[in-house]
Design a protein around this ligand. Structure first.
Ligand code: ZN
Ligand code: ZN
Length: 239
């Protein structure tokens, strides 16, 4: 198969790579969509700690695919032809962090595209731990796979916003209107808030923030963010 393979800093090669096959409890997906995360750019620069010198690996951790092969013992609800989203991280399942459900803090985590070959390839193997821990999530065929591939970063956005408990009367300030900032705008808008302010320097990104539903966008080279916040809140404290 063809894959984009990391060979070292600034050395990503599109080349032939062994096509994976499914061992017991595993599935192989045909990759339908894979999005590029800032983490991938860090990997490419050679500064990701899980890509130590000498690592040859396929990056890509935000993806959807179609099951094309099932290993022995895989439950029948994971059928060949099913489209699935893959949550990229699994913990060891045994340590105190994993037992608390915080597998992001597990010292021995695995992550597709980070510690395992990932989605910048035609096919991708999904290890059995992912099936056991519920990381393989089938989704409705009516949904746009390209949008579902963004479920992982969007889940991070929702997780952060739940912790903030934003209410209908709140004024929300979002710093930065990159992809994640825009997702924050969309999520706040759907949950409800009195105002959504976005600060950013790129005119293009400010335009996107506005069209995503920001109440007011602030180019921080032209306006002082703290002054705009005071204006929009009449000096109330932001939460
Ligand atoms: Zn990512
Ligand atoms: Zn663990």
């Amino acid at each position: 198969m063809i894959a984009a393979v990391y060979h070292g800093p600034e050395d990503l090669r599109v080349e032939d790579f062994p096509t994976p096959s499914a061992g017991p409890g595993e599935v192989v997906l045909r990759v339908d969509y894979a999005s590029i995360c800032a983490t991938d750019l860090r990997i490419l620069r050679g500064v990701h700690r899980k890509y130590s010198p000498g690592t040859v690996r396929v990056p890509g951790h935000e993806m959807v695919g179609t099951i094309v092969e099932r290993g022995a013992g895989v439950e029948t609800n994971y059928a060949v032809g099913e489209r699935v989203f893959v949550a990229p991280n699994v913990g060891c399942g045994l340590c105190p962090e994993c037992e608390r459900g915080q597998n992001n803090l597990c010292a021995n985590y695995d992550a597709i595209g980070i510690t395992l070959d990932g989605a910048f390839a035609e096919f991708m193997r999904v290890p059995s731990a992912y099936l056991k821990q519920g990381n393989l999530i089938p989704f409705d065929n009516a949904l746009d796979g390209a949008a579902v591939a963004l479920a992982e970063p969007f889940a991070c956005v929702l997780h952060g916003q739940r912790a903030l408990r934003i209410g209908a009367q709140d004024v929300v300030l979002i710093l930065g209107a990159g992809p994640i900032g825009i997702m924050h705008v969309l999520a706040v808008r759907s949950g409800g808030a009195r105002k959504i302010l976005v600060s950013e320097q790129s005119a293009e990104r400010l335009r996107m923030a506005k069209s995503a539903g920001a109440t007011r966008v602030i180019n921080f080279h032209e306006e002082k963010v703290s002054r705009v916040v005071q204006e929009e809140t009449r000096g109330e404290e932001l939460t």
